[in-house]
Design a protein around this ligand. Structure first.
Ligand SMILES: *Cc1c(COP(=O)(O)O)cnc(C)c1O
Length: 382
């Protein structure tokens, strides 16, 4: 759990309990193991890193800081780019085999992999996809940064809305991928059976990491850490560990958008009216109308009506419409930076270089010290 979520527990969910026993609250940020999420899953990048800074990072992730001076080194950047490309080729081959889908390795690999849940807002990502689709169709000769948007994730068996969102993603994918006007400029892939072994194939190939939960809802997130450790840049809200990732990598190396957790609370207490956003944003209205009127489900025009009702009739609990404009604007900025491959690569290297704090070695160390009050002992040689 992160600082933000601990404060939500102290001041909202367990407010009176916290007044009696403040000392019983303590926050330790989650972590991931670099042995699985770099060394094992991304052997090419692991080797490049080891060649330049040695293998200390395998047991002390803060060693990655030694990559900072290499971030602007042209020949190092070239090697970095070559590895990302090879990882993308591997994933493209997997997609061809298991999804019968062709994806272009020259496009940006934009990845959202995590459980399907309304608070994680895969639906906001879909609204962006439909917006891009409409822009390309309105200006077929325009200059668009090609993207491949990949989703992975399971929904709980009884969670009907989440199942319907999966259906929407694959229906939008069908429409977009088959449209001759779109070509290779936009591809959408839903990868079946997301699980750790599949995450290990996707994450090394990811360039953009979608961490777009409604601020105040994601206790930490660890997918965000895995993706950044493999050189993806994050587009995200100020939620969970995204905040701590920003603190480590710096504001200039992450794409932040949307309302803060406090602003979400204020908006709701003052009365949130999603219809106002629907009526006033000229890109949002057609996007929602297409979902609602069966554009993506011509055989069953009402199929996705429950999604539109959740947003426009039942209050848009996760504030997608309030964050839509800011998200779309931020994605344009992502395109601009991606066009400048040298700048993008520098930011990618700096992300990896600043991931030291997110090792589970640090997490376990904090548990030992703060919670269990244990002192480390030397491990005798075997
Ligand atoms: C890391 C991981 C998650 C957690 O992802 P979040 O983006 O933090 O929700 C979920 N599923 C799998 C298979 C993972 O490897």
């Amino acid at each position: 759990m992160t600082e933000l979520h601990t404060n939500i527990l102290k001041h909202h969910i367990f407010r009176d309990f916290y007044e009696f026993y403040p000392e019983r609250f303590s926050s330790i940020t989650n972590g991931i193991t670099q042995r699985r999420w770099l060394k094992l899953c991304n052997p090419r990048l692991a080797q490049l890193i080891t060649e330049h800074i040695g293998e200390g990072w395998i047991t002390d992730l803060y060693e990655l800081k030694k990559l900072v001076p290499l971030a602007e080194d042209r020949s190092f950047q070239k090697e970095w780019q070559k590895i990302k490309r090879e990882n993308k080729e591997d994933l493209a081959e997997y997609v061809a085999q298991y999804n019968q889908n062709h994806v272009d390795v020259n496009s940006m690999f934009d990845v959202q992999v995590k459980r399907i849940h309304e608070y994680k807002r895969q639906l906001l990502n879909v609204l962006h996809i439909i917006t891009l689709y409409n822009r390309i169709r309105a200006h077929p000769d325009g200059d668009f940064m090609p993207r491949t948007i990949l989703f992975g994730g399971k929904a709980a068996p009884e969670y009907r809305m989440a199942k319907l969102i999966i259906k929407l993603i694959s229906s939008v994918a069908d429409a977009v991928n088959r449209d001759p006007l779109i070509g290779d400029r936009l591809k959408v892939v839903f990868l079946a059976n997301y699980r750790v072994s599949l995450a290990q194939k996707i994450i090394p190939a990811a360039e953009l990491s979608e961490q777009i939960s409604t601020a105040g809802t994601e206790a930490s997130g660890t997918g965000n850490m895995k993706l950044a450790l493999n050189g993806a840049l994050t587009i995200g809200t100020l939620d969970g560990a995204n905040i701590e990732i920003r603190d480590e990598v710096g504001n200039e190396n992450i794409f932040i958008f949307g309302l803060t957790a406090d602003e979400i609370l204020t908006l709701k207490s003052e009365g949130y009216h999603p219809l106002d956003y629907y009526e006033s944003n000229p890109e949002l209205k057609p996007t929602l109308d297409m979902i609602g009127n069966g554009y993506f489900s011509p055989q069953q025009p009402q199929l996705f009506q429950p999604i539109i009702d959740a947003l426009l009739r039942y209050g848009d609990h996760y504030c997608l419409l309030a964050d839509f404009a800011s998200y779309i604007r931020c994605q344009r900025e992502v395109d601009e930076i991606y066009k400048r491959q040298q700048e993008w690569t520098k930011r990618s290297i700096l992300n990896v270089a600043n991931m030291g704090r997110f090792s589970s070695d640090r997490t376990v160390g904090e548990y030992a010290e703060k919670i269990w009050k244990l002192k480390p002992v030397p491990v005798p040689d075997a």
